[in-house]
Design a protein around this ligand. Sequence first.
Ligand SMILES: Nc1ncnc2c1ncn2[C@@H]1O[C@H](COP(=O)(O)OP(=O)(O)O)[C@@H](O)[C@H]1O
Ligand SMILES: [Mg+2]
Length: 357
Amino acid sequence: MVINSSLNKEETNNNESSKVAQRKSQILDSNASFNDLKTENDELNNLRPKSFKDYIGQEQLQEILRISIAAAKQRNDIASLGHILLYGPPGLGKTSCAYILAKELGTNAHIFSAPALERPKDILGILMSVKEGDVVFIDEIHRLNKVTEELLYPALEDFEIDLNSGKSESARVMRFQLNKFILVGATTKLGYISAPLRDRFIHLYRMEYYKDEELALIIEKNCPKLNISLDDDAKLILASRSRGTPRIANRLLRLTRDFAHYKGKTQICKTTAIESLNLYQIDSAGLDAMDQKILLTMINQYKGGPVGLETISMLVGEDKTTIEDYYEPFLVQSGFLMRTPRGRVVTDKAHEYFQKN
Ligand SMILES: Nc1ncnc2c1ncn2[C@@H]1O[C@H](COP(=O)(O)OP(=O)(O)O)[C@@H](O)[C@H]1O
Ligand SMILES: [Mg+2]
């Protein structure tokens, strides 16, 4: 009995210390400054744009930031640029934008994801260590817990935080002055952000899907980094199947690179690009196997709908949130799916598409 309980205790301790270590490493990993980008995946980091010159598209966002950066520099008060909230689907360049912003300002970027900021200590540690004008990026900011979020309010507004010292009666609240920083929040779900948090951002920007020509340009810039060359038609084929998303364009480029290298080619033409994307089950509209499964299941089993998200999730065996955050936005944007109060409905365009293909 005693042995068991001490074993359990040791196990708990081990679990605790591994949890702490895990949390620490999450923070350390994500605390990389722009110059420390060489983390676990050099190739991916290499593809990340390092300046506005390499950041393609999102013209309005770039213009807003250029103006605000110049104005804040003129005032000699970088943080007066204000906090920025970027919202929209994943892979459209939110994290990259935060890195570039810090680089243009000549300050550090501290990159975090909200679920890693679980305890009040986590956010306090970050805020107390930022330097004047640093960029603090919080991904999935809608997932911050209430306590952390409330700690952020005075920090965002007045660059101050309240620290409790002591317990019960002897407790005192001490006000702590922070260096002025810029918070860049990113979210896929604007509606899940509370009004008090949302209202503390000066800039709210909706990330747009990219045009095919923009994606083709991103592909072109990344070809030499991947030691591959695509002709213009091949670039456009990849771009048109990238769901308007640079991260996916890069992924398709890497897959096609593998396919071509396997075939002993370094120059990719339209035919090789199509052959390669067929192998990876990316069809001519950029639909992957799961997109097709979602639409075809709805058509075959529910005559196109309406079908509830829960039912779709069960039928195709994919997590509800993944369907909602990853698959649906593109299917809706590209006119294959509609969201109605009664559920999801497949459009005429989708019916016709599958009759033809
Ligand atoms: N505007 C852009 N120009 C060039 N490449 C981009 C752009 N936006 C994103 N990318 C590429 O897509 C990848 C994913 O972008 P990221 O900033 O991580 O997206 P998000 O944070 O919105 O999920 C980046 O590593 C980069 O290679
Ligand atoms: Mg990101």
